[in-house]
Design a protein around this ligand. Sequence first.
Ligand code: 5RP
Length: 293
Amino acid sequence: MADTDDLKETHDYHLTVPQQAEPFPLKGCHALDWGMQNRLSKIFSPATGRTVMLAVDHGYFMGPTTGLERIDVTINPLLKFADTLMCTRGVLRALTPATFTKGISLRVSGGPSILKELSDERIAVDIEDALRLNVSAMAVQVFIGGEHETQSVHNMTRLVDQGLRYGLPVLGVTAVGKELTRDAKYMRLATRICAELGATFVKTYYVAKGFETVTASCPVPIVIAGGKKQPEADALTMAYQAIQQGAAGVDMGRNIFQSNAPAAMIQAVGKVVHEGFTPREAYEFYQDLSSGS
Ligand code: 5RP
């Protein structure tokens, strides 16, 4: 028989306290379902509303690019400094420790290699597998203005429908082909199309002129790709400017894993994104860490 001797008889229903419901802090995401918001909270730090995503999915069309030849050796030691890992399911299953409990943004589109027309992608992962892998978002490339524009948009909208059914966010990745202009006008167009058609958040490139108009006109969070490797000071400046101009974080690859000191670089990026370090402060931090002082 249950021991009820010590059962407390008094109750406090806090009758004068209205029920609290914290508003979900991420831009444009307040109306999403709980599971979706919970997954987004694994990507975007609840403390700052921002994210440092470590992008290592390049192999899905480029093969073993510089710095990603041995992900177990070069990338896994960086995981503790990232808020989220962006990778393929191949790398996730084969190389990523299942003890990693932060966000995973799973690359779910693919098809052509660098030897072919890149915009000719298809959905390359069943949502059932994304759920089995317990990922936090599905990332899909969208080629606005590209040869297979409609097909890539359709890939995204199908994933958005499936994601809404199961509470899995979709990251629309705006792809800039060789022939497309990388300016604010193009980025406004591409990011807005992704958001209008249901992407939960959008990845794009930073542009030096008018980036604040890109973030202002996109109703959901924007994260920036790092792009080609630059000197560390320049990459930190780019991250700083993007954040100051409304980005919710970075999804950075080569500027971290091709750095001379990847662990120092990802931590310096984290200082910019989460702690508002200026480019100078962040670069000094990078230098101190990389020189071991
Ligand atoms: C590939 C991607 C990459 O994740 C993206 O380009 C980020 O990496 P990097 O910072 O090296 O540009 O989306 O299509």
